[in-house]
Design a protein around this ligand. Structure first.
Ligand SMILES: [Zn+2]
Length: 640
């Protein structure tokens, strides 16, 4: 805005033209700095990472077009599926996820009840998927049967079983009716924004025992093999496209008013894209091109959300540094880009979702004040999925806690490392971990283990998000930050691109933190859902009595204080009750876990007591709790 008068004054002067060019350049730089935070300092790696890329199981070649009038993506898909197991494949099983949204009577919608993450399903604008002319590459037609009432999972018998080491290739036409944006996928802005998640027929995962694939459930996310996606996507001219992978060639005009984009992605478990004529894209170099593990960050956002992009860039880039230090290189150095999409305000249902090399932010619709850091938490959480969902790639349907739990714990770690509280308004800091503690307190005996459909929405949040975040944070306090980092780095290095199960994670924990710690964590917190509450049962001039409720036991320390005199005593696990005699000059204060109570300890307010009543302390605590409760009701829990 400040440049306009300068242009007016200098426009007619010949020498002024040169000066103007310089001025404009400087002004553009200045405006750029003013508008956007400085780009991250590029950090070239000294040596290339040593990494074994995953074997290619699936190879998808998709040619499709999005029509913003009908909200349909239609085209042809060719899938080559390699049998890397020792068992012959007799049939093919595929997911048609969009069929979960074909009416308000589907199992998915019935399970979801009132909606998904606070967004309502619009039955007037459903989603569905139809296949036509499915055949093998030799022309043999295949016929599908639905494996559930809504045909979210379908199966076709192959004419000849596919032997170990061999592959089959099927070709099918498909039409994907995108719903009005709901549950991470669909269109908004009258069709001029589309987030295409689960937009193509996707193969199940063939294992020694058969296809690992389930009908789509409301709590369930996804599971797929690693593979290659070669996608030609035709959009209206002038639209901006972001996706998993990279543009393999410059876009080309293929018909009047239509542009075809050629996209390519390797070593990924999924492929998502989004497009709109209203997106602005800004690239920032994280590691320079031509260096090992080169990485460019791409931010795409509607111009109306530029301020939010500005706000999130430094947080995302700092968190990326934290995660690379704590876990290992982003995508083991195999993905040259990472795209962050901030969805338009009326497409909040597409926000807060992770795909390989692409994640979305904006589930809240509006950014809110800077001291309420829900967008930061959302971004840092989705970023962490790049390690656990996209690269380690656990089974999100059968063991959701492995993905969401490690991701949410990573979120806690990053927020803490960056010194960011979830709420920091008016001098009342409240951490993300504290919010998760409040959710956990609603149903602390929920085990973490279990398939997505074993839980209702509230217990799913506890099992998959809150309890793992608290349990892993508790573990971190027990073993120390350095040991925890050793475990996390070993887990990521050993299991990148391998789809580990819980027992594999347990083995890494045993190797790095010891058998006792691994058993305590997995037996008590993952499988049995044990809980604990250590509390002061009696504290007066005659006696001190401490008690531990629940079946989970963590070794604790107890501090006894009388003025400047302080004594620390251990409270081992084999003692459920601890009685301490008061000396002639009695202890005036007792504190269980004085440095930091275990996050998994149900109630921290009963961990200490004093002789006499300290009204100020308790009023302060009460005020904080009221504030925290208000904050929680504002957000209503988080599953992202
Ligand atoms: Zn998540």
């Amino acid at each position: 805005m400040r440049r306009a008068p300068a242009v007016h004054r200098l426009a007619l002067l010949p020498l002024g033209a040169l000066a103007l060019a310089c001025l404009l350049g400087l002004a553009a730089l200045a405006a750029d700095r003013w508008l956007f935070p400085p780009a991250p300092q590029a950090r070239p790696l000294a040596t290339p990472p040593s990494v074994t890329p995953p074997a290619e199981v699936t190879h998808y070649t998709i040619t499709a077009r999005y029509d913003p009038q009908t909200f349909q993506v239609s085209g042809t898909l060719t899938l080559t599926y390699r049998n890397l197991t020792q068992a012959a494949i007799p049939d093919v099983v595929m997911h048609l996820y969009l069929n979960a949204f074909k009416s308000d009577q589907t199992q998915w919608i019935q399970e979801a009840g009132t909606g998904h993450r606070g967004f309502l399903y619009d039955a007037a604008h459903p989603g569905w998927m139809e296949l036509a002319h499915t055949r093998l590459d030799d022309g043999t037609p295949l016929s599908w049967e639905a494996l559930d009432a809504d045909a979210t999972l379908i199966r076709a018998v192959l004419p000849v079983p596919v032997a170990p080491g061999a592959s089959f290739t099927l070709i099918t036409d498909f039409t994907a009716q995108m719903p009005r944006v709901f549950a991470r996928t669909g269109w908004a802005q009258d069709g001029t924004f589309v987030m295409a998640g689960q937009w193509f027929p996707k193969a199940g995962v063939w294992q020694e025992t058969g296809w690992n694939a389930y009908p789509f459930h409301a709590n369930s996310e996804f599971f797929a093999d690693f593979g290659t996606y070669d996608v030609n996507l035709t959009l209206p001219a002038g639209w901006v496209l972001v996706s998993t992978g990279q543009e393999a060639a410059p876009p080309s005009v293929t018909a009047p008013g239509l542009v075809t984009h050629h996209l390519y992605a390797r070593h990924v478990i999924d492929f998502a894209w989004a497009a709109s004529p209203d997106l602005e894209v800004r690239e920032r170099v994280y590691r320079p091109a031509g260096t090992p593990a080169a990485l460019t960050l791409r931010y795409a956002y509607p111009t109306s959300r530029r301020a939010l992009a500005k706000r999130l860039m430094p947080v995302i880039e700092a968190a990326l540094g934290v995660y690379e230090n704590d876990f290992g290189l982003y995508a083991q150095g195999l993905y040259p880009t990472l795209t962050v999409l901030i969805v338009p305000p009326d497409a909040g249902a597409a926000g807060g979702m992770e795909y390989p090399g692409l994640f979305t932010v904006g589930a809240l619709g509006s950014a809110g004040p800077a001291c309420v850091r829900l967008p930061e938490v959302e971004a840092v959480h989705e970023l962490a999925h790049q390690w656990w969902q996209s690269v380690v790639a656990t089974n999100e349907a059968e063991e959701p806690w492995l993905d969401e739990g490690f991701t949410d714990y990573s979120t806690v770690r990053a927020m803490s490392a960056l010194g960011l509280e979830l709420y920091d308004c008016g001098g009342w800091p409240f951490s993300y971990l504290s919010m998760r503690r409040m959710e956990y307190q609603l149903n602390p005996q929920t085990p973490m283990a279990g398939a997505a459909w074993d839980f209702d929405f509230a217990t799913y949040n506890i099992a998959a998000y809150s309890k793992p975040a608290l349990a892993l944070s508790t573990l971190e306090r027990q073993v120390g930050d350095e040991a925890m980092r050793t475990f996390l780095r070993a887990y990521f290095a050993r299991h990148a691109f391998t789809h580990p199960r819980a027992q594999d994670v347990r083995a890494v924990m045993r190797d790095t933190l010891g058998a006792e710690t691994a058993d305590l964590f997995f037996t008590h917190m993952v499988e049995r859902g044990d809980w604990m509450d250590a509390f002061v049962r009696r504290f007066d001039r005659d006696a001190i009595e401490l008690e531990r409720a629940g079946d989970l036991c963590l070794p604790l320390m107890v501090d006894l204080v009388n003025g400047v005199r302080r004594e620390r005593i251990p409270w081992p696990c084999d003692t459920a009750e601890l009685s301490i005699a008061q000396p002639a000059s009695p202890w005036r204060e007792v504190i269980i876990s004085p440095q930091m109570p275990p996050p998994i300890d149900l109630n921290h307010a009963n961990n200490g007591a004093r002789l006499g009543v300290d009204v100020g302390t308790w009023l302060s605590l009460a005020a904080r709790m009221v504030y925290a409760l208000q904050s929680l009701s504002f957000w209503g829990g988080a599953a992202w």
